[in-house]
Design a protein around this ligand. Structure first.
Ligand SMILES: *Cc1c(COP(=O)(O)O)cnc(C)c1O
Length: 397
């Protein structure tokens, strides 16, 4: 059996998205800035896609900026808010300890420039509260940036309430919604969002294309200088085929969120229940406040890397920590942020399933993880120390 259970890293493109792209490579290949017919046709398609994306997010087409993906959108949102803030003498930014590195590393850069970065605790639940945000906001707060759903553990933040607090206190609010779009309902008006990032390849669209939504009146700072594309805020000839694929995937992924949840949540919960039978293991993050497809566990006495290799032998593609951190020996900053000690943070497994998974495949996942964990523990001297009482257990049996 082959199971791709790493949809939080990237997804397989949908046939609809692929088909939506082809005409913009084969026929309407013109540059949208050119005045002749295939240029103008490309321009029309581009603006039509902008309107379609705006309809999904519930905003105006003028508030949609096409980018190269989630990382660029995060960078541009945060840098723009910082520049707006510093003009008014505001140099305090609020975020959380478990953001994606596209956010955390941009904040680090601003810190070196003299911004004060305050990272809120996300507790063992992996959920920050609007009350925490309210308490942290000061006169000189330039921005609150908090992710909608976490990429490693899948927990969903109370974005509407956080947005409400920011509105009341007149502070800009950005959310990295890369892991939320297509998984939970997202509506920038209803959710009180000023800026939002999304990325096509996380919802069955193509790699290398995304959106930054910025509410009317927010003046963006260019990250990429050059031509006057995207109303002068993002230079570079538009990735039209990518944009067409993205918007088609975006419409498909958001048209029946309830149906998606109804189908996937019972399967996800079956997976959680199955993995919880493994002794000395724990689910990471709140049980209910999570996207329908992401499950992350820590197992005592296990190395995440070996777990992945053995699962790969069984045809299962999964992840330990995020793709960006695997390859480094540091444990995931997300697992440390929710209070996992180093030794169990190293033994983590993320399974992110997609809508097409079957009950039989869920059973195979559970059986395979159980076998591999057992096998690895039996060869581990570290595990023997735990069993012999030479080291204390972190989790219950
Ligand atoms: C994948 C991801 C990103 C980065 O998006 P890219 O399009 O790959 O640059 C940013 N934030 C989160 C939460 C992600 O999961």
């Amino acid at each position: 059996m082959k199971i791709y259970a790493d949809n939080a890293a990237t997804t397989k493109m949908s046939e609809n998205a692929i088909n939506a792209m082809l005409p913009y490579m084969r026929e309407v290949f013109g540059n949208p800035s050119s005045l002749y017919e295939i240029g103008q046709k490309a321009k029309e398609a581009l603006e039509d896609s902008r309107r379609r994306a705006a309809a999904v997010l519930n905003c105006d087409a003028k508030e949609i900026y096409f980018t190269s993906g989630g990382s660029e959108a995060d960078n541009q949102a945060i840098i723009s808010a910082a520049r707006i803030g510093e003009k008014k003498g505001k140099k305090h930014i609020i975020s959380t300890t478990f953001e994606h590195h596209a956010v955390l590393h941009t904040l680090k850069k601003l810190e070196k420039e003299g911004f004060e970065i305050e990272l809120l605790d996300v507790h063992s639940s992996g959920v920050v509260t609007a009350e925490q945000v309210g308490k942290a906001i000061r006169e000189d707060t330039a921005l609150v940036t908090i992710m909608y759903a976490n990429n490693e553990i899948g927990t969903v933040q109370p974005i509407r309430e956080i947005g409400e607090v920011c509105r009341e206190k007149n502070v800009l609010f950005h959310t990295d919604a890369v892991q939320a779009i297509g998984h939970v309902p997202v509506d920038v008006k209803n959710d009180n969002i000023d800026m939002l990032s999304l990325s096509a390849h996380k919802f069955h669209g193509p790699r290398g294309v995304g959106i930054l939504y910025a509410k009317k009146g927010i003046i963006l700072t260019n990250i990429i200088e050059g031509g006057a594309q995207e109303r002068g805020k993002r230079a570079g000839t538009e990735n039209l085929a990518g944009i067409e694929g993205m918007v088609t995937a975006l419409e498909d992924a958001t048209k029946d969120i309830q149906g998606y949840a109804n189908k996937l949540i019972p399967l996800r919960d079956k997976l959680i229940a199955g993995l919880e039978e493994i002794p000395y293991s724990e689910l990471n993050g709140d049980r209910a406040k999570r996207v329908p497809g992401t499950v992350n566990f820590c197992f005592e006495g296990i190395e995440g890397e070996s777990l992945l290799l053995l699962l790969d032998d069984k045809g299962i593609s999964a992840s330990s920590g995020s793709a960006c951190t695997s390859g480094s020996l540091d444990p995931s900053h997300v697992l440390l942020a929710i209070g996992r000690p180093h030794e169990v943070a190293h033994g983590s497994l993320r399974l992110s399933i997609s809508e097409d998974i079957t009950e039989e495949e869920i059973e195979y996942l559970i059986k395979s993880v159980k076998e591999v964990v057992d096998y690895l523990r039996n060869m581990s001297p570290f595990w023997r120390d735990l069993v012999n009482g030479k080291r204390p257990h972190v989790f219950k049996a």
